[in-house]
Design a protein around this ligand. Structure first.
Ligand SMILES: [Zn+2]
Length: 491
């Protein structure tokens, strides 16, 4: 047979057949590829994966799998990039294995760690930061978060930013820093080419932070720090905040400092002092949609990003919601943490009195509104959860899906939510050359869905399979990861 064709013909046949003669480790057959840039669907495709990368996308049936290739019948399924949780604290857990595997089970193939340390950075530098294979990739990690402790003065703040750059921090995370050191740190980070991301204190105006190049804000503030810019009474409120007396020291009979700090981190709303509850009430009463729209335009112009973490805000503000208290997903949470969360939920009504509860309900409605105005203004946003730490009712993996539902509740378009969960994090990190969309050459970190996520964000829950670095996890494999996480939590 071969002799008849001659060598040139044989070479031609080989070239034509080239993609099919190489053994593919995985082929998804008959799938609909979802374009994360515009929601466009390309039906009836075959996607070939090898060496952890997408190597070919062609009309279904045109890729002939080599020997040993796993072939998946993906007809009727939708293919999107793996999900990104752009705000986690998993690496601060004593052993994050269960949390990270649980994330993969829920479709998360990459995470951004939002709090680091010199120890974590050193471990990573020395190649000792071992993460589970059945878990997401670590995209970025900062050094120690900036607070009054390491950035109390402009000089200390600048020195800390320099040190973190030396230690290999990917970005600077700021939490609780007074205006002068805050802006000194921001200036230094910009000088060094580091992203400056985190919390904005109510003493630092959002307009100034945006104008001076703060890269992103987490948690829509937190609290009132962004919404202050939407208040018709902004100037008076800022003066009141600047003049605010320091919080009264806790009573001697209460829990010790470590326990107090743990509880304040678990649910900051429960550690809010009375003066601040009143401030939030005034922010709600003086909210202007027009002023807010103008502010969002300015943020957009300045190129600032946002990670709303609505699930963090809602679990804080509705800390005794029966839906959280009786969630079947608590099986993934160690008993000790469950006891703390339930105890705090018992105490919640004592701190969040009926009047404060009514105010928080309105405040929450404004946070949803703010999220929608951010979308309207075209401010780029990322899906993040704040899970992996001690956050009240925050369960790794699960929280991302709650976040998706809350973004939908805020009125965001399905395409916006899909982009926030896949493409935008890649863009923010300038890694869209290798992730964020389903295309040849991109990482084979993928989620296979039973329904079209560009039509409804709820379809992002309908995970049929996950591909992580080319490895295929079907429904049973994902379920096994969940069972393992529950077993580990039960101890
Ligand atoms: Zn956080």
């Amino acid at each position: 047979m071969m002799r008849k064709f001659g060598w040139m013909a044989l070479l031609g046949a080989l070239l034509l057949a080239a993609p099919s003669v190489f053994a593919q480790s995985l082929v998804l057959n008959g799938v609909t590829v979802v374009d994360t840039h515009n929601g466009k669907l390309t039906r009836n495709q075959s996607v070939a994966i090898d060496g952890g990368k997408i190597v070919q996308i062609a009309r279904a049936g045109s890729i002939k799998p080599g020997a040993g290739t796993k072939v998946v019948d993906a007809r009727g399924k939708y293919l999107v990039p793996g999900y990104l949780d752009m705000h986690v604290h998993s690496l601060n857990e004593p052993d994050p294995t269960a949390s990270l595997e649980l994330m993969l089970a829920y479709g998360i193939t990459s995470v951004r760690q939002m709090s680091g340390s010199p120890e974590l950075l050193a471990k990573r530098r020395n190649g000792q930061l071992k993460l589970p294979v059945d878990g997401p990739e670590l995209l970025a990690m900062p050094g120690t978060v900036l607070t009054g402790a390491n950035a109390g003065t402009p000089e200390a703040a600048v020195a800390e930013v320099d040190r973190q750059k030396q230690e290999g921090a990917d970005f600077i995370k700021v939490i609780d820093v007074k205006p002068d050191p805050f802006f000194a740190a921001l200036g230094e980070a910009k000088k060094l080419g580091l992203v400056f991301d985190g919390h904005l204190q109510s003493t630092s105006a959002i307009e100034k932070a945006a104008d001076e190049g703060m890269s992103a804000i987490e948690h829509l503030g937190p609290r009132e720090s962004v919404l202050l810019g939407c208040s018709t009474d902004e100037d008076a409120l800022r003066k009141a905040i600047a003049a605010k007396p320091p919080q009264a020291p806790p009573s001697a009979s209460g829990p010790g400092p470590a326990e107090r700090a743990l509880r304040a981190t678990t649910n900051p709303t429960m550690a809010t002092d009375p003066v601040n509850f009143d401030l939030m009430k005034r922010v709600v009463a003086t909210y202007s949609d027009d002023k807010c729209r103008a502010l969002m335009k300015r943020i957009k112009k300045d190129g600032m990003w946002m990670t709303p973490t609505l699930i963090r805000l809602r679990t804080m503000e509705f800390g005794d919601d029966p839906a959280y208290r009786h969630s079947p997903n608590l099986r993934y949470v160690p008993a000790k943490t469950q006891i703390l969360w339930q105890e705090m939920a018992d105490q919640f009504p004592k701190i969040v009195t009926p009047g404060r509860r009514a105010m928080l309900k309105k405040f929450w409605a404004l946070q949803l509104r703010l999220t929608k105005l951010l979308e309207d203004a075209g401010v780029p946003m990322m899906t993040g959860t704040d899970s992996g730490g001690v956050g009240h009712w925050e369960i790794s993996g699960v929280a991302l899906h709650q976040e998706i539902d809350l973004l939908h509740q805020a009125g965001l378009k399905p395409l916006t939510i899909l982009q926030m969960t896949t493409l935008n994090g890649a863009k923010f990190l300038h890694r869209d050359d290798r992730m964020g969309s389903v295309a040849v050459g991109k990482d084979a970190d993928l989620v296979l869905l039973d329904a079209n996520p560009a039509a409804s964000a709820a379809n992002l829950h309908r995970i049929n399979a996950v591909v992580r670095s080319g490895n295929y996890y079907d429904k049973d494999a994902l379920e096994r990861l969940k069972q393992d996480a529950a077993k580990l939590a039960a101890g």
